[in-house]
Ligand binder design. Structure first.
Ligand code: KIV
Length: 264
């Protein structure tokens, strides 16, 4: 049976952890789906792990549509989220047309966009047109040139701002939120303050679910792997069993362990 938004909301309400991984092509999305991953994120991280760019900024909308199409050919059950690439959400019109392409041509179930106050207008419009929207707060890879790759929410004012942005995203129609590189205690506070599922990456075990970049959790990332990730291929006999182990560890609450958490 296909995973729907209402399945995910029920999982969140009942405390069942949501397991999400990124994928960028049909083969991997097939094996993620088979392993019981609840959601597949076609992340613009593909700019780094697939295309070899230094950041996600060069990724185009055409490329996101292309990769979402591939992922959806391999996926029969998991909920599919596609990222709005850098600048495609710079105003309401372009966010609407980018989201329409990701859903109509790519077959995505939901679109994700980065930022707080700046994107509220876009979130409200997308949502009013029936497009499920996932927000993304904390470390924002599309703003790396301005803000760097840094933990967000260590000091009181940035923690308060993050919580305010999260509540505003929900109030404007976001149905889900990704929190990236946020101290665990803050991520848990945000999760408890919201009704929508909160999916963490480097945000500790107190969120409704977890997402990792596929190449990080398979030990394929060139260069440094983030400390909050884990190589699930170590100790597994195949890629398929590594993905199954990830799903199991997320559901059982074993991943992330204390050593993967960001503290204050
Ligand atoms: O692009 C991506 O893979 C993401 C995750 C880091 C959440 O947005």
């Amino acid at each position: 049976m296909r995973t729907t938004l209402s399945t995910l909301k029920k999982m969140h309400q009942s405390g069942e952890k949501i397991a999400c991984l990124t994928a960028y092509d049909a083969s991997f999305s097939h094996w993620l789906d088979q392993a019981g991953v609840d959601m597949i994120l076609v992340g613009d991280s593909l700019g780094m792990v697939v295309q070899g760019h230094e950041t996600t900024l060069p990724v185009t909308l055409d490329e996101m549509v292309y990769h979402t199409q591939m992922v959806q050919r391999g996926n029969s059950r998991a909920w599919c989220i596609a990222d709005l690439p850098f600048m495609s959400d710079s105003n309401v019109e372009s966010a609407l047309s980018a989201a329409a392409r990701l859903m109509k041509e790519g077959g995505a179930n939901m679109v994700k966009l980065e930022g707080g106050e700046r994107v509220l207008k876009m979130v409200a419009q997308l949502s009013s047109l029936g497009i499920p929207v996932c927000g993304h707060l904390g470390l924002l890879p599309q703003s790396v040139e301005k803000r760097g790759y840094k933990v967000v929410g260590r000091d009181r004012s940035s923690a308060e701002k993050l919580l305010k942005d999260a509540l505003a995203l929900q109030a404007n129609g976001a149905e889900m939120l990704v929190l990236e590189c946020v101290p665990s205690a803050l991520a848990q506070t945000v999760t408890e303050a919201l009704e929508i599922p909160v999916i963490g990456i480097g945000a500790g075990g107190g969120t409704s679910g977890q997402v990792l970049v596929l190449h990080d959790m398979l030990g394929l990332t060139v260069g440094k792997t983030p400390m909050f990730s884990k190589n699930f291929l170590e100790g597994s006999t195949s890629i398929q069993s590594a993905i199954t182990a990830y799903v199991h560890e997320v559901k059982a609450g074993y991943f992330p362990a204390k050593k993967h958490e960001i503290t204050l």
